[in-house]
Design a protein around this ligand. Structure first.
Ligand SMILES: [Zn+2]
Length: 88
């Protein structure tokens, strides 16, 4: 599995929606790739934040998807310099 694959599967990985085999591949990559590990970390923190806010303001699923899309876009260009996306 390559970085692009991990990014693509990241939201499903976090939600544990991947098949056992894909989870294993992603885990193996994340264990050896610092970039993706940082990405996973910041994504999880961002999602946690959004979910906490979502409990208060009622975030819709579409917004979460948009967040993932923004992350993937931001990371595709500069994987070693990733920051959480800013709200519009
Ligand atoms: Zn990677």
């Amino acid at each position: 599995m390559q970085c692009a694959d991990v990014i693509r599967y990241l939201s499903d990985y976090i939600d544990q929606n991947l098949s056992e085999a894909l989870m294993e591949e992603a885990r193996a990559h994340l264990a050896t790739c610092r970039n993706c590990h940082v990405v996973l970390d910041s994504t999880q923190q961002t999602i946690l934040l959004y979910r906490q806010q979502g409990q208060r303001i009622g975030m819709k699923r579409a917004k979460q998807d948009k967040l993932y899309a923004q992350l993937a876009l931001a990371l595709a260009g500069r994987a070693d310099d990733c920051e959480a996306p800013t709200e519009e």
